[in-house]
Ligand binder design. Structure first.
Ligand SMILES: [Zn+2]
Ligand SMILES: [Zn+2]
Ligand SMILES: [Zn+2]
Ligand SMILES: [Zn+2]
Ligand SMILES: [Zn+2]
Ligand SMILES: [Zn+2]
Length: 423
């Protein structure tokens, strides 16, 4: 006999006895049993109609029992031919469908009941989509209704969101609507617009006539806030005050820019100072006695050597040069010459101190042009001898240098200042 996959079939057909599905249910019989033959068709143990009948020795007494009604440790059971025929009598008894009360009109022999329940339209099937009820139990549906249930009413059937076309389970469609981007919601300001949820923010930001917005002149100081629909009117009404605010703001901005510029100028100036301080400079000072005599004797005087950064220089004064006092600057051989860059470009200044007014010294400045540097390598290149060829220049006339503001008591203060030119 076929076994049922679904235990519900067993419940409908068999008596439950001591926790087991035992004999056939008597109440399914079309005709009640007559008393005389009843005992032979009924299991002595479960009181159902015999199912797979066996003979059982119960304390010396023989009993007819269903196979499942014999204890596991029961005595040897036998199944003589007589007993097989007896079971056939039971199996050929006519019964109605266990689902008669639900409306099934099938009748047939007991041994056809299993086949029938496999097809019976009223049999309660488990939902193939495994839906459950509120108690968490799987739902059963009459077989004839299953295909409709699957497409029309099952909680687990797949449905398509009308708004965004996503597939979801029917039981989840409402929670999906709560998050669906395309689901229509009404504007929270109640302006009467229905809009897909995803456009809510942009509606409020740029369209909704009831959204509270700030005046566009807010950054100039207008503090008016109003519903968007009143913005145009406000802008018409407030033309004058907006103009005044704009002017005030422009003036403020100009002065801020001026301040910023001043701050930047200061910064540039400071940077320039720093740069200047990085530029190597050097100077030598000398106090000369007997100026007049030196000019008459056509003498020359040397300064002490001095450094400009790591470059080493020296100066010579020629006292009588055709009515002028002249100077010659020399680059001297130095210890660091190998690590320095050449040619050495510089500007220089010779100062003769005004002994009356120090703010009015005699100053001779000279910046040496690149052309001159390039065409006189013997003056500006790295010294090969103890000193290079000198750079001569006329300084001041004899008449001027004897002016008492420069030469006093036959004394003269002279200094030479040299600054490297960074290329
Ligand atoms: Zn039984
Ligand atoms: Zn049926
Ligand atoms: Zn279902
Ligand atoms: Zn959706
Ligand atoms: Zn709105
Ligand atoms: Zn305004």
């Amino acid at each position: 006999m076929a076994e049922f996959v679904d235990s519900r079939s067993k419940e409908l057909l068999y008596v439950v006895h001591r926790g087991k599905f035992a004999g056939w249910r008597k109440e399914l019989l079309l005709q009640k049993l007559t008393n005389e033959i009843e005992d032979f068709l009924i299991c002595q143990c479960c009181k159902g109609l015999l199912r797979d009948a066996r003979l059982f020795e119960n304390i010396g007494k023989q009993e007819l029992r269903c196979a499942v009604c014999i204890p596991a440790d029961g005595l040897v059971t036998r199944r003589p031919t007589q007993l097989i025929m007896h079971q056939e009598n039971v199996d050929n008894k006519l019964i109605s469908c266990p689902l008669k009360l639900s409306g099934c009109e099938w009748t047939g022999p007991i041994n056809g009941a299993v086949c029938h329940l496999d097809k019976c339209g009223l049999f309660p099937m488990l939902c193939p989509l495994e839906c459950i009820n509120k108690a968490g139990l799987r739902i059963r549906i009459e077989r004839r209704l299953v295909s409709n249930h699957k497409i029309q009413s099952c909680r687990n059937r797949e449905v398509i969101c009308d708004f965004c076309s996503v597939k979801v389970k029917a039981c989840q469609i409402n929670s999906h609507f709560n998050v669906c981007d395309e689901f229509p919601i009404s504007c929270p300001n109640e302006c009467g617009t229905e809009l897909p949820r995803k456009t809510r923010d942009s509606h409020l930001e740029s369209e909704c006539p009831l959204q509270i917005v700030a005046c566009v002149y807010q950054e100039y100081g207008c503090e008016k806030r109003m519903e968007r629909r009143y913005v145009a009117k406000h802008e018409r009404d407030a033309i004058h005050s907006h103009f005044k605010l704009t002017m005030k703001n422009t003036r403020k901005r100009i002065s801020e820019l001026e301040d910023e510029n001043a701050a930047k100028d200061l910064k540039i100036q400071k940077l320039e100072e720093v740069t200047t301080n990085l530029t190597p400079t050097g100077m030598v000072e000398t106090k000369i006695q007997g100026v007049q005599r030196k000019m008459q004797n056509n003498e020359e005087s040397f300064t002490k050597p001095f450094c400009v950064g790591m470059y080493k220089l020296g100066g010579k004064i020629i006292w009588a040069d055709n009515g002028f006092v002249s100077c010659i600057l020399y680059i001297l051989k130095g210890e660091s010459d190998d690590s320095l860059s050449w040619p050495f470009r510089y500007e220089f200044k010779v100062i003769i101190l005004n002994q009356d007014d120090r703010d009015d010294n005699f100053v001779e400045s000279n910046r040496i042009s690149e052309d001159f540097v390039q065409s006189n390598p013997l003056i500006f290149q790295k010294p090969i001898q103890e000193y290079n060829k000198g750079l001569p220049f006329q300084l001041i006339t004899h008449a001027d240098i004897l002016n008492p503001k420069y030469t006093r008591d036959n004394y003269l203060h002279l200094s030479i200042h040299v600054k490297q030119l960074l290329s």
